[in-house]
Design a protein around this ligand. Structure first.
Ligand code: SF4
Length: 179
């Protein structure tokens, strides 16, 4: 499976190299393409059939907002109200904001219209994000900082949970373009 995924990642990178402009561009959470950029130094690769589904439709640009101003590995962080705080109680909001702004800048430079995000992340989550609520950790409804900033600037968001679901995908794109 791992080898299959890496093969697919290779194809994605190759497509970037040849600048396939026949498809719309999409920034995608880098950890979903097999890059080890998560807080624990690991990845969360998509199954190869979902990667192929994406590759058929998009020119993919892998990016990790949290690596802009934070090291890998790094302590996990969660929303507490509007702040993002790591497990040691250190406020990392500024670093997360730097990642969000860098992603938006990349989107503008590359003329990107879509963002495909990893769920439950305080940066990339689209339907769910990580938070402390009432003193307890939860995966709550809500958007990560990067996803929110991109949406506010007209980028259409696609949740990892909707990859491969063509009907939902179409309706989300229409909805995104209208808003
Ligand atoms: S910030 Fe986004 S791309 Fe980076 S590890 Fe977290 S979910 Fe993946």
């Amino acid at each position: 499976m791992e080898r299959e995924i890496l093969k697919t990642v290779g194809k994605v990178v190759l497509k970037e190299a040849i600048s396939d402009k026949t498809k719309p561009s999409a920034i995608i959470s880098k950890c979903m393409l097999g890059f080890q950029c998560r807080y624990d130094g690991k990845n969360k690769p998509l199954p190869s059939h979902l990667l192929e589904w994406l590759e058929e439709r998009f020119y993919l640009i892998p990016f990790c907002p949290e690596e802009v101003a934070l090291p890998t590995p790094r302590p996990p962080a969660r929303f507490i109200g509007d702040q993002i705080v790591d497990i040691y109680g250190v406020d990392k909001t500024e670093q997360f904001q730097a990642g969000a702004k860098a992603t938006l800048q990349l989107a503008r430079e590359k003329g990107v219209d879509y963002f495909i995000g990893k769920e439950k992340s305080p940066s990339c989550g689209i339907k769910k994000t990580s938070a402390y609520l009432n003193g307890q950790e939860c995966k709550c409804d809500g958007m990560g900082l990067t996803a929110k900033l991109l949406k506010e600037n007209g980028i259409v968001l696609i949740s990892e949970w909707d990859i491969g679901k063509i009907e939902i995908f179409k309706s989300e794109l229409e909805e995104g373009k209208e808003s």
